[in-house]
Design a protein around this ligand. Sequence first.
Ligand code: ADP
Length: 414
Amino acid sequence: MMVLVINCGSSSLKYQLFEMETEAVWAKGLVDRIGSDKAILTHKAAFKEETTITTSLRDHNEAIRMVLDALVDQKFGAIESLDEIWAVGHRVLHGGQKLSDSILITPEVIDVIEECSELGPLHNPANLQGIYACTELMPGVPQVAVFDTGFHQTMAPHAYLYGLPFEAYEKYGVRRYGFHGTSHRYVSGRAASLMGQRDDLRIITCHLGNGASLAAVRNGRCIDTSMGFTPLEGLVMGTRCGEIDPAIVSYLMKKTGMTPDQMDDYMNKKSGLLGLSGISNDVRDIEEAALGGNERAQIALEVYCYRIRKYIGSYAAAMGGVDAVIFTAGVGENSITMRRRICHGLEFLGLKLDPEKNSVRGKEQEITVEGSSVKAFVIPTNEELVIARDSVKICSAFEQYERKPNLALVSNFG
Ligand code: ADP
């Protein structure tokens, strides 16, 4: 049983083809610079050579067409016919308050994803493009949407409401939504398995990539997370500022004459590790500069780690304690020194890092000493696998699902 997982960004598209009996990846790739005449497809099927094609691609429809061609290509492909694809799973950024669980895509679901475009203006329209393209090119194949916001919908009002007039929430939907939900769900689930699925397990998951967020997960349910109404809130990230005094926004706009869009750009693309260090948004570059004695690089790393430590402390307070801290994504899985810096000072909680076990990269492993009352683990995330598993679960539940062109969808999108 083959499931194709698609993650459409505004000008890119990542995909993985899973064989679900073994959960093996049969092919994966990336299309970059969609919408230009220099779009690039990088495609690799298991046991085959990688191929790269540069071409002109107008939109996501053309990009998906190219991906499907690559999947059945005689030399570089992974399957003989597109009929072998049993379901398609899409990563969708925003499901708002209406869509929390993964769901079979129907015209009604599309309407809600469209409604939520206001909340995820860069991503939801691109996600929809991917859905439209698959509907047209694989009309009989069921599609499932898995939401980045989904896992966080279990938060209680005291965690998701801001201290603004209540009408901001009621009229405009201003609340904490949280992102990276599929990753937090996957690694907290893995951690629970590794810890023997005890009752009342309190886990803090640290997804530290270019974008970064923490989540407090009690008994498998998210009770709080650091990203908010948008992915800008919370931690200091690669290029995002994270939490700041909101009064800074109007102060800087008045001082510099920045427009709202320019201010948005300033906080999303020019801040964080990049803005603080003046070097790069990549932790590897900053670590190297810090080692060489660059003071701004050193302070950038300190600010980054201090903020994470503070959140870990606050989430331990929110859950009345913590049993495990999980590190995942680019920085969390790979940076030995950042994990050491973050955990330094958390001994009072009962978390004692084992320097030897901590010298691991990209591999699932416990990294605390024997007997540490709070455990820490490195758990590589796998959002695509979660999307593929959800797709199988949801499509299997529709036993009566008719594998014929979904005319309602097709006519909806012309
Ligand atoms: P994204 O949020 O784009 O999915 P990733 O989870 O792939 O990001 O994380 C990318 C980031 O991970 C890089 O910008 C870099 O800071 C960090 N990273 C990757 N490998 C290492 C490493 N070996 N050491 C330190 N940081 C790393």
